[in-house]
Write a protein that binds this ligand. Structure first.
Ligand code: TXA
Ligand code: MG
Length: 362
């Protein structure tokens, strides 16, 4: 045990449960831990979260410490209902009405705060990110504990988010009090973050721009921050300044034609993996590049759902580099491309020459 901090030696209770009908025992254990100021990892419909009682400053500080998160990057506050959201933030009547129709669901909104949360949660901003999640595990924990839960995604900072219990266990066993293993999250990508003050998407996610437009009757602003091409010098959403979702394996995005993958991707004497659709993977047979399939080209939802899982798996393969096929930039594909730009540190190519250059500069 030499070199282990107290937190690293913490005994973690792991409860496996059906996420649709969570066991009363698992929920009881988690809710009690939350009320005692401990950290709990749980599934939501988007990804896993690592949460604490949002009113407990000390517990929220622990979330930052355990996750390795910068203190100027605020947490999302999860609430049980729209009424609970109204107690924490200022909403205009129309927005509250619309949220009443679409919540619970994978949309987080930024509004002006009411100053009822510790500064640790909001990182000292006058705004707050609020989300009413649909996942039954987190909903039942909040209902039983009777408090909102501040929770970022359950990953060590910079790493891909957990979409399965085993990912969350890998990151946090021995570091939190309770992990609820509810199998695979429904979406496998985080919630969409919409700033209701400017009607700008700060992070595209599981709730598509098209769904926002239908629900609010207004097109959201989609700028460089949402695309993932801006470094966000001024921290509109503080999280946009930090490297994210990055596997240890160097990753490059292939932006060329799918049918040309066979002639555009070579291992160049190294070991390489390719992450893409079933169809694109089949084009690479016999090239020495290891295929990692995300699912059928026609199902964007399945491919996006598996994205983080495959990025996490990638690091266990020990290849020198990996190439990932781009997603179409609409619907969930738009959100996936935002993650890929960051995971690849904005490195992309469309032909062999460009790939060779990326490998030489590595
Ligand atoms: O699906 C999700 O949203 C998951 C699950 C657990 O709910 N949570 C999640 O949290 O992805 P996290 O911490 O990984 O991402 C939250 C993002 C961060 O980029 C943070 O900067 C931004 O929300 N954020 C939080 N409060 C904000 C605020 N007041 N203004 C602007 N951005 C804010
Ligand atoms: Mg995150």
């Amino acid at each position: 045990m030499i070199g282990c901090s107290k937190a690293e030696r913490m005994k973690t209770v792991v409860c496996k449960t059906d996420p649709k009908r969570p066991s009363a025992k698992a929920i009881g254990v988690a809710a009690e831990a939350i009320l005692r100021g401990r950290l709990v990892v749980f599934p939501t419909e988007t990804v896993y979260g690592i949460g604490a009682n949002a009113f407990d400053d000390k517990a929220c500080r622990e979330v930052y410490r355990v996750k390795g998160r910068a203190s100027d990057n605020p947490l999302i506050v999860h609430v049980y209902s729209v009424e609970d959201a109204l107690k924490l933030g200022r909403f205009n009547r129309e927005h509250a009405k619309t949220l009443g129709r679409i919540w619970p669901g994978p949309l987080t909104v930024i509004v002006k705060g009411r100053g009822r949360l510790p500064e640790t949660v909001t990182a000292g901003l006058d705004s707050v990110a609020i989300r009413c999640p649909r996942g039954n595990v987190i909903r039942s924990i909040m209902k039983t504990a009777g408090v909102p839960i501040a929770a970022p995604s359950a990953n060590i900072s910079t790493k891909p988010s957990s979409t399965k219990g085993e990912h969350a266990i890998g990151y946090f066993i021995g570091k939190v009090s309770v992990i609820i293993d509810g199998g695979e999250a429904d979406y496998g990508i985080e919630s969409t973050i919409l700033d209701l003050r400017s009607f700008r998407i700060l992070r595209p996610g599981a709730f598509t721009p098209e769904q926002i437009e239908r629900a609010f009757g207004r097109k959201p602003i989609l700028g460089r921050i949402a695309r993932g091409t801006a470094g966000a010098k001024r921290a509109i959403s503080p999280g946009t300044k930090y490297r994210h979702y990055a596997p240890l394996t160097p990753l490059f995005v292939y932006t060329g034609d799918r049918k040309a993958v066979r002639s555009m991707i070579r291992p160049f004497g190294k070991s390489a993996a390719f992450i893409g659709s079933d169809e694109s993977c089949s084009f690479l047979k016999g090239t020495g590049v290891r295929p990692i399939s995300l699912g059928p080209a026609k199902s964007l939802r399945i491919r996006v759902h598996r994205l983080f899982d495959k990025l996490i798996e990638l690091d266990s393969l020990g290849v020198d580099f990996a190439v990932i096929e781009q997603f179409p930039e609409h619907g969930l594909g738009y959100s996936a491309m935002n993650r890929l730009r960051k995971a690849s540190d904005h490195k992309s190519f469309s032909n062999l020459e460009e790939l060779k250059k990326l490998l030489e500069n590595k």
